[in-house]
Design a protein around this ligand. Sequence first.
Ligand code: PBG
Length: 328
Amino acid sequence: MFNDIIRPRRLRTSLGLRKMMRETRLSTESLIWPIFIVEGENIYQEIPSLPGQYHYSPDQLYRAVERAQAHGISRLILFGLSKEKDEIGSGAWAEDGVVQQGLRQIRKLDPDMYLITDVCMCEYTSHGHCGILCGQEVDNDQTLLRLAEIAVSHARAGADMVAPSDMMDGRVAAIRKALDDNGFQNVPIMSYAAKFASSFYGPFRDAAGSAPAFGDRRSYQMDWHNSREAMRECALDVQEGADILMIKPAMSYLDLVFQCRQRFDLPVAAYAVSGEYAMMKAAAAQGLIDEYGVMCESAVSIFRAGADILITYYAPELADAIRKGDIG
Ligand code: PBG
């Protein structure tokens, strides 16, 4: 029966009131913007699969830094695309590797920019897999040694935080030990704890030239049928010393963001991946959706599910939406 006393609509009568009643608060401080660095000079090119995102050679990174600053973004996650690839992905830990160069460059441009690096091998291996191969299989423990080397080399070049995305077992412990042994006790690890073998990474792989040459990543990334296993992955990373747990992708995995928030005390990050962004861009370009509205709604849903941190290609535009008070 209609209850004449209880009227939830009372709290929706004006914009000011609705803003006061918001249960989810967003801050630009919680946003991380991904940046793609390519080897070479004078390269500043829009990425076809990710409209509005660019490939920057190290000398052009000032453009990314200026764009970030203009929107109040001060946290970046860096990805590198190397020209020379080999079986073991040695470009990933090279002293003058592309991410290492990028780190030094951005540090010069803006000493306060917080720089996170993606630690993985797929952008550096000739076969495009995230580790060292043994036959057709990625060898877990061989790969751990390399990942540790990559993380240390990023820290040496100035990374503030490292984010392993390879999904090898034991990588957080291996990276933690290597960082500590080399004097980087204070470099946190944001672990891609539950990262799924997702078709939503397609545009990223085009952007990073990192699609596997054969097979797929299902022997190391997670099967998207599984949520209990995702919590197990998170628990392992907690034990191994992760500082932040990440769920990836974000939008189709809000149940896991929620569960992760409930189960663990660590900060939870979510990565709204390339496919999520590209779908919105494509639908908007066709006039099928209101891009701004969908961008805002989907970002808020990720925080509402419990994320503390969001990695998103929309970081600059979301920062504007937050500043205008449209969200947060
Ligand atoms: C590297 C890596 C990938 C992404 C982040 N780090 C690709 C993959 O695992 O194939 C995907 C990011 C995105 O789609 O936006 N392993």
